[in-house]
Design a protein. Structure first.
Length: 274
């Protein structure tokens, strides 16, 4: 995405159309669009030809961008799980790993980044009925690998709002849910994690359209991305007007939900009742 955004900036600075850029590398206008959005891999020759077309002759700048192209083509660790992942999900895992701020609202189950192993296993089993034990365990393993983002040096900020329905809907038995409540209490005390609960008692709110995640990146060239997961696919929205609407909805959810301290108290109450 970073390389694509820089190529778009260079093309626009020269006043070159996507169609003309595509012609220069023997490709279509739509391929240039996908390249600039970071949705396809990059051939070194194509990047070289585009840089020449855009008038980039400085050797240091060319070397930097070509190095970025090589990095972009290196498969991430999550690609080893591609056999058990839906086709649209590896893109999300890559974006999640690159984000400096992850904001999310969940209505069905606890967000994958803060699920316990037992809870994650119950969720995967429910969503992959008939799957082999090995496939279930690989999905759970992937989820646990993703969670390491929150614990390592330079961890992203993670702001999540869970609808109270998430906590009332059991996945697994009583002990699984108790373990999940305790884990949420503990991880919510980490400095990079902000967890809030939207209670039933509030009534209607701005999250009426369902769950969503907003990913923000440290590079100023990259726009925020909204991730919406569906039954058979996922949407990645990066148009400013779309992102702005979801950011507005999330801000209202944050304002209307009890703060982190009150939300922890709610979790403690559920833990005592479970």
């Amino acid at each position: 995405m970073l390389l694509g955004s820089q190529l778009r900036r260079l093309r626009e600075a020269r006043g070159i159309t996507r169609e003309a850029a595509g012609y220069s590398i023997r490709a279509s206008e739509s391929k240039i669009s996908r390249m600039e959005l970071g949705r396809v891999s990059f051939k070194t020759r194509d990047v070289e030809d585009l840089l020449t077309l855009y008038g980039i002759t400085d050797e240091a700048e060319r070397t930097s961008l070509l190095s970025l192209a090589k990095e972009a083509n290196v498969a991430g660790w999550w690609h080893s799980y591609s056999d058990v992942l839906p086709s649209w999900f590896p893109t999300y895992v890559g974006l999640e790993g690159a984000a400096s701020l992850i904001r999310a609202y969940e209505v069905q189950f606890v967000h994958g980044l803060v699920q316990t192993e037992a809870y994650a296993r119950a969720v995967v089993r429910r969503g992959m009925k008939g799957a082999s034990k090995e496939d279930v365990e690989r999905r759970v393993s992937l989820r646990l690998e993703r969670q390491k983002y929150l614990l390592e040096d330079g961890a992203p900020e993670f702001h999540v709002i869970l609808d109270e329905a998430v906590l009332r809907r059991p996945y697994g038995d009583r002990e699984v849910m108790r373990g999940q409540f305790q884990h949420l209490i503990e991880i919510s005390e980490r400095p990079n994690v902000r967890l809030q609960i939207m209670p039933f008692g509030f009534g209607g709110h701005s999250g009426e359209s369902g769950a969503f995640t907003i990913l923000s990146f440290p590079e100023s060239d990259l726009s925020d991305v909204v991730y919406l997961e569906q039954l058979t696919s996922a949407l990645y929205l990066d148009k400013h007007e779309d992102v702005a609407l979801y950011e507005k909805a999330l801000k209202e959810l944050q304002q209307d939900s009890p703060g982190p301290d009150e939300s922890r108290d709610l979790l403690r109450g559920l833990l005592q009742l479970s």
